[in-house]
Design a protein around this ligand. Structure first.
Ligand SMILES: C[S@@+](CC[C@H](N)C(=O)[O-])C[C@H]1O[C@@H](n2cnc3c(N)ncnc32)[C@H](O)[C@@H]1O
Length: 248
């Protein structure tokens, strides 16, 4: 008979270098030596996915791992990618911020937007214009998170920029160069073309990141993944938005 145990919640930052004795085992109430843990991460962004992999490979109590990664641009460099010695030895293995950020996007979702050819395509051009304003005002602030601004397509570019400045903690009342903003807006089609080309590379980049993770586990001695009587299973899937799923 299985006894019922209520879930045990702990809100805590998980450092990839933390030992499982400190982070995982205190959560487990099984008698010592009998713990069998499944690690799951839903949209475990950046280094959190790496922490799960490291715990899976170093902690014998963790018998399975199911991880859906995201936000590859937040991976530490070095430390988050590459993880495997094999990929680290490849010439030109580096992935720029732009490529890692692109790998998080869903091709299919953008393809739908392209087919509609509506004002929803404006977003990236507006965001790019906002970035130029941010860099003009605060050159050291690079790609700050703006989060979704509701109904972007209904806003004029200057209204979007004002809201964006506020979101990143800058003065929304800054005098704006309207002519420059409109010149940016006139480039919308070029931004769409650039973004489409970048997205074509997304599955390739994500596959490289996921294969690197698989190779890392194999190098850690997890070669028998999903096999054998003492099976340990690991699954790692591609970015949060569920589209270009690659299964290891
Ligand atoms: C993309 S969100 C996913 C949230 C939720 N699971 C979902 O699917 O909507 C990633 C979350 O992981 C948290 N996070 C990222 N790195 C972490 C770490 N090292 N330790 C703990 N939480 C972390 C972030 O603060 C954020 O809340």
């Amino acid at each position: 008979m299985h006894s019922h145990r209520s879930p045990h919640h702990v809100a805590q930052w998980v450092d990839p270098r933390t030992l499982c004795e400190e982070v995982l085992l205190p959560l487990e109430t099984s008698p010592q030596g009998e713990a069998r843990l499944l690690l799951t991460g839903l949209h475990a962004c950046g280094d959190l996915s790496v922490a799960l992999l490291r715990h899976f490979s170093s902690c014998p109590e963790v018998v399975a791992l199911a991880s859906v990664g995201c936000c590859y641009m937040k991976l530490s460099d070095p430390g988050g990618y590459p993880l495997s010695q094999w990929v680290a030895a490849l010439p030109g293995y580096e992935l720029s911020y732009r490529l890692r950020e692109g790998a998080c996007h869903a091709l299919e979702e953008y393809a739908e937007r392209l087919q509609k050819a509506g004002p929803g395509l404006r977003t990236h051009c507006y965001r790019a214009a906002l970035e130029t304003v941010i860099r003009h005002v605060q050159p050291k602030l690079r790609r700050p998170g703006v989060q979704g601004i509701p109904r972007v397509h209904e806003l004029k570019i200057e209204e979007y920029v004002q809201r964006g400045l506020q979101r990143v903690g800058l003065d929304p009342q800054l005098p704006l160069n309207l002519a420059a903003l409109q010149a940016h807006q006139a480039q919308e089609n070029r931004v769409v073309a650039f973004f489409s080309l970048a997205l074509l590379l997304a599955p390739l980049v994500e596959t490289l990141i996921l294969l690197d993770r698989l190779l890392f586990l194999q190098e850690q001695g997890e070669g028998g993944l999903q096999q054998g009587p003492r099976a340990r299973g690991a699954g790692s899937w591609g970015s949060s938005f569920g589209s270009h799923i690659s299964s290891l």
